[in-house]
Design a protein around this ligand. Structure first.
Ligand code: PLP
Length: 381
């Protein structure tokens, strides 16, 4: 077969792409990526076909992978999320969306007739997953902050009291990083005497650091969660998109199927699974430990508080949810959004102070924003 690309062209293209990525990566402010971790020690692993096929906790006949590290990572988060001893399970996913799909799938297998409730501030992956799983669902109003409206939730559930309840709790909504309170959700079940219920926590954004926030938000297994999904490429900065889902083991046991071909259980959504990403996650938790992660969270919160303060001097309407890394800004013009890669909705845009973002970067952004306000005419879309 002939190809248009000579080897020289390929290297030229790669060089150009690398330059472009380097420049763009320095400018991003609106999307939750961390760019601060040095993974060069893991580079030799790129030369091997790692694959953690199937259930991480049951050995496979294919042994080129990072199962031991994956188990350690899941165990670390199960403990951090206060899972009941000997009743937890999980795996490293391809990202937050897969973790949400998995949690909702477990919930459906437990309560096939349930209705799923989630707030209007919920990430788009949830509606897609509900569609894939064909689960009946109702959207609940959000408060201004992005947190679910508990009165609307309680009223809506009370109309459907005969049906099991599956709740999707957001720990860090995509736009404003609002956190729903799992404790308040449990209290609603109690008041309405709902006996069949399941809470899946979408912690893709803030679930990774919620355990290090004070006061600790109500989001984990001890608070009432049945499964929790988090992302690996956001706060932990694994570079390659990935995530984790942790669930009560008894829920997972309901769907387990043994497969001869791989010599393990088929308990995950995809068959073949990334063997590199668990290694990246493992490396982060080994290098930082609980105290390092706590310090990482504090540093980000300090930068976010700084950003809120200096941005408010330029735009008085700027605001931030308590202990959030996301700073909300009235939506600026298209050129500014594109230049700084801000995430935006209808009326608001935001920056997110993930690890790797520093005060100097905030200062540069504020300076630009200030100047562009003076030049508003040029910025009107
Ligand atoms: C990022 C995010 C997701 C989706 O995660 P992916 O890793 O992009 O699949 C889901 N929910 C929330 C709140 C998120 O911030």
């Amino acid at each position: 077969m002939e190809t248009d690309l000579s080897f020289d062209d390929t290297s030229e293209i790669l060089k150009g792409l690398l330059e472009e990525i380097r420049a763009k990566s320095a400018m991003t402010m609106g999307y939750p990526v961390s760019k601060d971790f040095d993974f060069s020690e893991l580079l030799p692993f790129i030369n091997y076909p790692l694959n953690n096929v199937g259930d991480p906790f049951i050995p496979s006949t294919y042994t080129v992978g990072s199962r031991e590290q994956e188990k350690e990572v899941i165990g670390f988060f199960a403990e951090l999320f206060r899972a009941e001893e000997d009743n937890w399970w999980g795996y490293v996913t391809n990202g937050g969306s897969e973790g949400n799909l998995y949690g909702l799938y477990l919930a459906r297998e437990l309560y096939p007739k349930a209705i799923v409730y989630y707030s209007e501030a919920t990430h788009y992956s949830v509606q897609k997953n509900l569609h894939l799983l064909n689960m009946p669902n109702i959207t609940i109003r959000s408060q201004e902050s992005g947190e679910i409206d508990y009165d609307d939730l309680e009223k809506t559930i009370s109309i459907n009291r005969q049906v099991p309840v599956i709740l999707l709790a957001n720990i860090g909504t995509t736009m404003t990083e609002a956190r729903d309170d799992v404790g308040k959700m449990k209290a609603i079940f109690k008041r309405l005497a709902i006996q069949h219920h399941y809470i899946h926590v979408d912690g893709a954004l803030a679930g990774s650091y919620a355990a290090f926030i004070e006061p600790r938000p109500a989001f984990d297994f001890a608070d009432g969660a049945d499964s929790i999904a988090i992302s690996g490429h956001k706060f932990f900065g694994t570079l390659i998109p990935c995530g984790m889902v942790i669930a009560k083991k008894n829920h997972r046991d309901r769907i387990a199927r043994s497969i001869d071909y791989i010599g393990t259980m088929d308990t995950t959504i995809s068959g073949s699974r990334n063997g590199h990403t668990p290694l990246f996650l493992w490396y982060v938790i080994k290098k930082l430990g609980i105290e390092g992660l706590r310090a990482r969270t504090k540093k980000c919160l300090d930068v976010a508080a700084y950003a809120e303060k200096v941005l408010r001097e330029v735009e008085p309407a700027v605001w931030r949810n308590p202990s959030a890394l996301t700073v909300n800004i009235p939506k600026p013009g298209k050129a500014l959004i594109a230049k700084w890669q801000l995430a935006s909705g209808a009326d608001w845009a935001h920056i997110i102070c993930m690890p790797g973002m520093d005060k100097a970067q905030i200062d540069a952004f504020v300076k630009y924003l200030k100047e562009s306000k003076i030049r508003t005419v040029a910025l009107v879309d």
